[in-house]
Design a protein around this ligand. Structure first.
Ligand code: PFF
Length: 528
């Protein structure tokens, strides 16, 4: 087993450190709280039935989420390095390869994550102009005629099939890069403003939602356990996947953020704090969204995006007052939450390039941003392939949907699985636990080893194999049933592009010579 001497320390001088524990908690919770908490959680909870979803989700938090977060955080503080180099330090080159593979997937995920934020940005601006008023149209068969009242669906597809999202995507990339320009220093400045604002806006929306007549019925729907629903295996699969994404696990970000912490940080405490903040936000977002859905008897049919992008603005348009303001607030919230997550995704990749190649931050950011921005633009392409809207409408949304299916559906969980096996078996769960317990008030017991070595890998393997069986035994590849017109090769080419692209990138980067590891620098400590 490669040696990780207890005297190894993070390079406090060159890599940067968080100025306080608060800075780290804000940044890590800002990473966790994102589109996943608002857009995806609500749509999963709706799809599976609110009361059927939150029980498995709660269990997933304790069985899967918090233990894996403890592992990813500890990997960062133990080694003082970002994900691939941290894995390389504890388990050698195979670990580094897995780290790069996950960052390759992170690049693909960042591309479309930022595109969705671009659409939200357009809706945010639109809320102040036409979104909340009648007369919306889109160049699609159902929306050619101007709507008589506010029609968020027509408005959204109008945006989707225009070039405006390209500008929005550039703006979001710009904001993300600015926040990363000086590493922890600028990340901290950004999250100190954005994260409290997010909470404030969410609290305003929740108060508005539950005080609407009929709003509390939605809360009841979300929180009334539904035993028949819980018995469905699909709900559990959905809950486990959503938990990984929501806590930003399996993409290297949490390890990168933790690598800027002092080595003696209490990672049990940090993991509980960040996970509970994240899931707390998720539940209150659920309350806000479900109260509006029920108050206006809205039925969000269709894609994952439909709930937040059409149904909620439709509900807000029916508010008795402050329609534009609440509409703006809702999308502003999504943009803020998403940008603080995008920052962490890009930082995970940039910090790994800095650690590996010894290059400066600006260069590393450029190496991520150029392919990332191109990818975001491709997933924002407005060409219409499906005027009937039977599928996803535009080239960009189809690309995004198929890429998301493969990159999100497999990479996070696969990395989680391999990471648990490498740390639980190769490095040794006992070694990891000894390191964690040295600095934590709440000591991890032997149960942690059992979770890391057996239970979590078994759960993740089951979900991955299950997904694969569904994908490979179906009549058609994912997305092939949609009328795609001139891009009917998407369903085949995109998964190949993702898997070949990420594996080649991982092979190439693992083989590159590594810059020296500056482990002899003093342990970073927080100011008193
Ligand atoms: N946790 C973020 C969300 O819920 O939207 C998404 C995310 C960010 C996933 C960073 C993974 C990651 F590394």
């Amino acid at each position: 087993m490669p040696d990780v001497s207890p005297n190894d320390t993070a390079d406090a001088v060159d890599r940067g450190v968080w100025s306080s524990k608060l800075g780290f908690v804000l940044a890590a919770s800002g990473s966790a709280i994102g589109l996943g908490n608002i857009v995806f959680f609500a749509s999963n909870a709706y799809q599976f039935g609110g009361g059927a979803f939150y029980v498995p989700y709660f269990i997933a938090l304790f069985v899967l989420g918090i233990p894996v977060m403890i592992t990813e955080f500890s990997l960062g503080t133990m080694t003082g390095r970002s994900f691939p180099m941290a894995l390389s330090k504890v388990v050698g080159a195979k670990g580094e390869f897995v780290g790069w593979w996950s960052l390759g997937s992170a690049l693909f995920i960042t591309m479309y994550y930022i595109t969705i934020l671009g659409w939200a940005f357009c809706m945010m601006v639109g809320a102040l102009f036409g979104l909340m008023e009648g007369g919306a149209t889109a160049p699609f068969a159902p929306f050619l005629e101007p709507s008589t009242g506010p029609n968020a669906t027509a408005y959204f597809f109008g945006i989707l099939s225009s070039w405006w999202p390209m500008i929005a995507v550039i703006a979001i990339w710009g904001m993300t890069l600015m926040a990363l320009l000086k590493g922890t220093e600028t990340i901290e400045k950004t999250v100190r403003v954005a994260v409290p604002l997010m909470w404030l806006f969410m609290i305003v929306l929740i108060i508005r939602g539950v005080t609407l007549p009929g709003g509390t019925d939605g809360v009841m729907y979300l929180f009334t356990p539904d035993l028949a629903g819980i018995a469905q295996p699909d709900v559990w699969k959905g809950a486990f996947s959503q938990m990984f994404f929501s806590l930003s696990l399996g993409l290297g970000t949490m390890t990168a953020y933790a690598s800027y912490l002092p080595k003696d940080s209490d990672q049990v405490n940090n993991s509980f704090m960040v996970s509970l903040l994240n899931c707390g936000f998720e539940y209150i977002a659920g309350i806000a969204i479900f109260s509006m859905l029920f108050a206006f008897a809205l039925n969000p049919a269709g894609s994952t995006l439909s709930l937040s992008f059409f149904a909620i603005p439709q509900g807000i348009a029916a508010f008795p007052f402050g329609v534009k303001l609440f509409g703006f607030a809702f999308f502003f919230l999504i943009v803020m939450a998403g940008v603080t997550s995008a920052i962490s995704l890009v930082e995970g990749m940039a910090s790994a390039l800095i650690d590996k190649l010894g290059i400066d931050r600006k260069k590393a950011l450029l190496m991520v941003a150029v392919p990332g921005l191109i990818g975001s633009m491709i997933t924002a392409l407005p060409f219409i392939v499906d005027p009937g809207l039977a599928g996803n409408g535009t080239v960009g949304l189809n690309f995004l949907d198929i890429l998301d299916h493969w990159a999100f559906g497999y990479s996070l969980l696969t990395v989680g699985l391999i990471e648990c096996v490498l740390l639980g078996w190769v490095f040794g769960a006992g070694n990891l636990r000894a390191f964690v317990n040295q600095h934590s008030k709440l000591k991890l017991g032997a149960w942690f080893d059992v979770l890391l070595r057996f239970i979590i890998p078994a759960i993740l393997l089951t979900v991955i194999v299950w997904n694969l069986v569904i994908d490979l035994t179906g009549e058609q590849l994912y997305g092939a049933a949609n009328p795609l017109g001139f891009v009917d090769w998407f369903p085949v080419v995109i998964p190949i592009l993702w898997i070949v692209g990420t594996l080649s990138l991982a092979t190439y980067l693992t083989r590159q010579p590594s810059a020296p590891d500056p482990t002899e620098s003093p342990i970073a400590t927080f100011e008193a």
